[in-house]
Design a protein around this ligand. Structure first.
Ligand SMILES: Nc1ncnc2c1ncn2[C@@H]1O[C@H](COP(=O)(O)OP(=O)(O)OP(=O)(O)O)[C@@H](O)[C@H]1O
Length: 589
């Protein structure tokens, strides 16, 4: 949906390299120097090996003295040492290179994700694209490293070996082709086999992973056990696993049979090269040293080629697509720049606002006209799915209306910074951190003291003196790092404290008390009304007893406002509000 045509391997490869040099030029240049020097250390090994064998041969025919042999042996040893030092340095620098670029990439991706419009997360294909792009960020480093290696490491080595063999005997340069052809064929087979494998196995693997989650995931396993569905999921899991294994086995069999044939071709090629070398040395066309050096390097030549084509380039080809996603994502123009400062006192005005979720056909909100006065407390009520949460998100500027406009004063809400909006949602996060951190996270730069924090906790229904919070504000919450686990209602109070902690002129409470018992909820809403006196407050609740103190109540039905007034006004009208209130009255009497 977001990508009609791939930009191709070379185009994406050069984009990838541009980013490496842009993000951390020094690390990239050092990487190139090390790769080039590593390649030279291989080249030197071939030259010094020939030198050593030649001097040993000459010594045996009394043409040079033993000192010269020792000298060339020492040269060879030094070159080996140099090679191992460079190899170690190369391995170590690979890590540094990854970390050096990775930290900049992370910053870049966090910044880009932060600039996304919240409604983009509601579109499945957009969400899939974002996920793939985020995954592509780490791959960019290693595909970039592979491309640098191809140019500065592998090419240097192959060019030298081609030149060296050609100088010895032009026909020997053919050996490069002999090792190259089977590698390429094997790679082509591998790519097509594994592409098919991926296409066939991806849906089965997703199924299998899902059944595994149903059996083992923290969020599923209790209900799975309670339902007695363990063996049901076990059977589904095993059947998916068997299907997957069958497909993988057939693909592996095909790949290995083809590899076997190609290896036979390579062995035949080796035999030919050795025969050519033997004939050349017998005819005195090449020296014994050159014979030994070529013989020793043929194997490394094959390993080099195999690693380059079957591992490095194969991996790069497989992953270039996700890198393209990542780069496209990073380079997209950012549309939701909240650049206009927030006005001091403002009314919130919705003019003809409609909103439709991506990939749906019906408006979730339909032609809403509403003005919320500065410092007013507005309650939104209505049955499930009527549009309350959607309305809150539009008011906050998290979503842009499909039609109409939301204004803060005279300015569209989506253009205004929401640094002074606080929101407590029905689906809140449970952070595995201390109680203090869980609360302060809503405004980390705010300087506060324990007394203020304790009072916010108290207003949110967190009783610090209770047994639960043994270390007071420093009590670790959540099981992941050895903290205590709280009940749903207790976690909800922590989320409320988080929302109240943030300095705000607009606070939105979207059913933050659903897990709290009705009596406690009524108490909390009374407290909210006091706390929210100097700010605009929007509250959503299904329990009408809790919101009747609000300055104004609107009733939403099927995306439209059907009633608007105070509790006293609405209760005397024959309408939705009274019907809902009457049906709940028994809870409060
Ligand atoms: N992410 C989404 N994608 C598509 N449709 C959605 C999405 N979220 C909500 N909707 C639809 O929009 C409509 C309004 O949903 P909304 O969550 O605003 O209702 P609500 O009044 O807050 O419901 P509840 O009281 O159950 O929380 C519903 O019909 C719902 O199915």
């Amino acid at each position: 949906m977001y990508k009609d045509k791939s930009k191709g391997f070379f185009n994406n490869g050069s984009r990838c390299l541009r980013y490496l040099f842009k993000l951390n030029p020094r690390t990239s240049y050092v990487y190139i120097c090390i790769a080039f020097t590593q390649s030279i250390s291989w080249v030197l090994q071939v030259l010094f090996m020939q030198k050593f064998f030649d001097s040993a041969t000459k010594f045996s025919t009394n043409n040079i003295n033993f000192g010269m042999v020792l000298f060339s042996l020492a040269g060879l040893a030094l070159v080996y040492l140099f090679y191992h030092v460079m190899d170690g340095l190369g391995n170590c620098y690979e890590e540094i290179f990854g970390l050096g670029i990775g930290k900049h990439l992370n910053k870049m991706i966090f910044k880009r994700v932060d600039a996304l419009n919240a409604s983009e997360f509601e579109n499945t294909s957009r969400l899939e694209f974002i996920n793939k792009s985020v995954n592509g960020s780490s791959k960019l480093i290693w595909v970039g490293a592979t491309l640098l290696d191809v140019v500065f490491y592998y090419t240097t080595y192959f060019v030298f070996m081609g030149w060296y063999l050609f100088n010895l005997k032009p026909a020997l340069a053919v050996s490069i082709v002999i090792v190259f052809v089977p590698c390429v064929i094997s790679q082509l087979v591998r790519v097509s086999t594994f592409k098919n494998l991926e296409e066939m196995s991806a849906p089965i693997r997703r199924e299998q992973e899902y059944y595994e989650r149903c059996l083992t995931d923290k969020e599923y396993f209790k209900e799975t056990r309670l339902l007695g569905a363990t063996s049901f999921f076990n059977d589904l899991y095993t059947s998916a696993l068997n299907s997957l294994n069958r497909i993988v086995f057939m693909a592996q069999l095909k790949k290995n049979l083809i590899n076997l044939v190609l290896n036979l071709i390579t062995v035949t090629g080796y035999g030919t090269i050795i025969y050519m070398l033997f004939v050349s040395v017998m005819n005195k066309e090449i020296s014994i040293g050159a014979f030994a050096a070529v013989l020793a390097s043929i194997d490394s030549l094959y390993r080099f080629m195999n690693k380059l084509i079957s591992e490095r380039l194969a991996w790069a080809t497989e992953n270039i697509g996700s890198i393209e996603n990542f780069l496209d994502f990073i380079e997209e123009p950012v549309t939701n720049n909240k650049i206009i400062p927030r006005p001091e006192n403002f009314n919130i005005k919705l003019e003809g606002v409609s909103f439709k979720y991506p990939m749906t056909s019906k408006n979730a909100l339909d032609n809403i006209d509403l003005t919320i006065c500065n410092k007013q407390t507005l309650a939104i009520v209505g049955e499930n799915g009527s549009g309350k949460t959607t309305l809150c998100r539009l008011i906050m500027g998290l979503y842009s209306p499909s039609e109409g406009e939301v204004f803060y004063g005279e300015v569209p809400a989506e253009k205004i910074s929401n640094n002074k909006t606080s929101a407590i949602f029905q689906k809140y996060r449970q952070y595995n951190m201390t109680l203090r951190e869980n609360v302060e996270i809503s405004q980390t730069e705010k300087i506060t003291d324990d007394a203020e924090l304790a009072s916010i906790c108290e207003n949110s229904g967190i009783h610090l003196e209770s047994e639960v919070y043994k270390d007071g504000l420093n009590t670790m919450l959540g099981r992941d790092f050895g903290g205590i686990d709280l009940s749903g209602g207790q976690w909800q109070r922590v989320a409320i404290a988080r929302g109240l902690f943030r300095d705000s002129d607009l606070i939105i409470l979207d059913e933050p008390t659903a897990a709290i018992d009705p009596l406690e909820e009524t108490r909390l809403y009374n407290d909210f009304s006091k706390i929210c006196q100097d700010k605009t407050a929007i509250m959503v609740s299904h329990r009408l007893g809790s919101v009747k103190l609000a300055d104004r109540i609107i009733v939403i039905k099927e995306g439209k406002i059907v009633q608007d007034g105070t509790h006293d006004e609405l209760i005397v009208c024959d309408g939705e509000y009274r019907t809902m209130y009457e049906s709940q009255k028994k809870w409060y009497s």
